[in-house]
Design a protein around this ligand. Structure first.
Ligand SMILES: *Cc1c(COP(=O)(O)O)cnc(C)c1O
Length: 527
């Protein structure tokens, strides 16, 4: 295992430790043409500067007590050094532009460059949310057009555009539901939200955050919501149910219409987690299934980039019953062009408030609309069909060496395996995933959904060609055969070829070190 050095960074593997002897050790920690790269603070650039500035004319006397006396502790690098540092770091970061990114439930698809080009048009990228609306008519029209297509694709009458991610959209949807129960005077008695056991963690977290008690709904042996259990838990104390469709086992909820009917009969609302919309876009309209609110992760279905918790957009479509409670702002068109409804008066008198300071993620709106328009309705339908086809191809080609969690029948956009096939090998799902890194593949989603033991959830998306899928399948088949042949060493301490080997993920999550502090003797007396 890697050891921690004084600055909290695992050291490069020592050349002679037996556990990294697997195949090709290197003396430096470098791999092929990829060099090991220290933190920018670990170099010796403290006395250098990348720029040559004239001495300031003022002695700073007019700053009084505010004159800086101590160095601020920034490393000094020349331009080529700075370039290399960041380019090397970027090479250690896996990206969808490098290879298939099979994370289930995440829909990591190719981000078309046309989207990027559109988002960089100055009329979209250089505007400010406080500009007078008369100067941003084109941007408002774009938001209105995107809203129109989101409503059309989902068969829903309203959409709140401002939420910044799927989880933020869940919050928006449940706040609209709470506002609706408040308006009908039922809020105090409807305190529960029902969530299936296979749900994404954000569902119960959101319900709890809004103040509801979360009640779990059981799952059937074939991976779907147990309708009888749901029916027994529905009553006049339930505010909403949260169901993902297709669900996190990669399966379509066959009883979805019955689920919606039972929910409405009990006076509750149906929140659908729309993270898996990619599997049905262009083919199924959630409005037709009886959904009252659903977020759409633009970074999943509509190919906008996934940011590290960063620049997302999770618009929420709303049914007739919930539409009046939608948060401000929204765009409307009248004879004079487009305007923003900002205040809780007139048509927005029942709006529950706002989700964020301004209007949502403009850059993502441009990318998503660009994606929709370049695909057209036939193209979007094909997205769903190809995503499902690709997942079924993976499921079919791996089911003889790995164990499918739900072997009967086809899956939707994700192929789900459990760890039954690893029984008796001493190798775990985690070991297997880490060994994939050595083969040049990012691991799939592991141990989710929780209802499947040692889950491995693979979502290829429609943007992978058959050749790429075959390459991936081939790597997994070879690894599976090695696992069954007892090559435990290949797995136990993998990855062997990643720059930092296997990390202590528990420690990283439980006691993250978020600040770098200079080790003893490190000279930071920078200029
Ligand atoms: C991704 C995902 C979410 C959360 O969406 P974010 O945009 O990451 O906040 C919620 N539910 C499911 C099923 C998801 O896959």
């Amino acid at each position: 295992m890697s050891t921690m050095n004084t600055v909290g960074r695992p050291t490069a593997p020592a050349p002679s430790t037996p556990d990294h002897d697997y195949k090709h050790p290197t003396l430096t920690g470098g791999r092929g043409l990829l060099q090991d790269e220290p933190l920018i603070f670990e170099g010796d650039g403290w006395f250098k500067t990348g720029v040559d500035l004239a001495e300031p004319k003022s002695d700073g006397g007019d700053l009084g007590d505010l004159v800086r006396r101590d160095p601020i502790g920034l490393p000094g690098l020349s331009e080529p050094e700075a370039m290399r540092h960041y380019v090397r770091l970027s090479q250690k970061n896996h990206a969808i532009d490098l290879a298939l990114y099979p994370l289930g439930s995440c829909t990591m698809k190719h981000n078309p460059r046309l989207n990027e080009k559109m988002a960089r048009l100055p009329g979209f990228s250089d505007i400010h949310p406080l500009q007078p609306v008369s100067t941003v008519q084109g941007a408002l029209e774009l938001m209105d057009t995107l809203a129109h297509w989101l409503k059309t694709l989902t068969g829903m009458p309203a959409v709140a555009m401002s939420p910044k991610a799927g989880a933020h959209g869940e919050l928006c949807g449940l706040m609209a539901i709470r506002a609706a129960h408040e308006a009908s005077g039922e809020h105090l008695k409807r305190r529960k939200v029902l969530v299936p056991t296979s749900a994404h963690g954000t569902n119960p977290a959101t319900a709890a955050f809004v103040g509801y008690t979360v009640v779990e709904v059981a799952q059937t042996d074939d991976g779907r919501v147990d309708v009888a259990d749901l029916a027994s838990k529905l009553g006049d104390d339930v505010a909403a149910i949260m169901v993902t469709n297709p669900n996190t086992c990669g399966l379509f909820e066959r009883d979805i219409i019955e689920i919606a009917r039972l929910t409405h009969e009990a006076g509750a609302y149906f929140y659908c987690d729309g993270a898996n919309f990619n599997a049905i876009v262009g083919r199924v309209r959630p409005g037709d299934l009886g959904v009252d609110a659903m977020h759409i992760n633009l970074h999943k279905t509509f190919s906008t980039p996934h940011g590290g918790g960063g620049p997302g957009a999770g618009p929420v479509v709303l049914s007739e019953a919930l539409a009046p409670f939608a948060p401000a702002p929204w765009v409307v068109a009248d004879g004079d062009g487009f305007k923003l409804i900002e205040r809780g008066e007139d048509e927005a008198a029942q709006a529950f408030g706002r989700m964020c300071a301004f209007n949502g993620q403009m850059g993502m709106f441009v990318r998503a609309l660009s994606y929709m328009m370049s695909h057209g309705s036939d193209g979007l339908r094909q997205v769903a069909e190809d995503a499902v086809l690709n997942a079924n191809y993976i499921k079919a080609r791996l089911s003889d060496v790995m164990s499918a969690a739900f072997p009967d029948g086809p899956c939707m956009h994700e192929a789900l395996f459990d760890d039954e096939w690893l029984k008796g090998t001493e190798i775990t799902t985690l070991d297997f995933a880490k060994a994939m890194i050595d083969e040049g593949f990012h691991p799939m989603t592991m141990y989710f959904p929780l209802v499947v033991h040692g889950a491995m959830l693979i979502e290829p998306t429609e943007t992978e060609s058959k050749a790429e899928l075959d390459r991936f399948i081939n790597a997994l088949r070879l690894l599976a055969q090695a696992a069954k042949a007892g090559e435990v060493d290949r797995f136990k301490n993998a990855p062997f070829h990643a720059p930092l080997r296997r990390l202590d993920e528990t420690r990283a999550a439980r006691s993250p070190r978020l600040r770098w502090s200079a080790p003893e003797g490190h000279n930071m007396a920078a200029e």
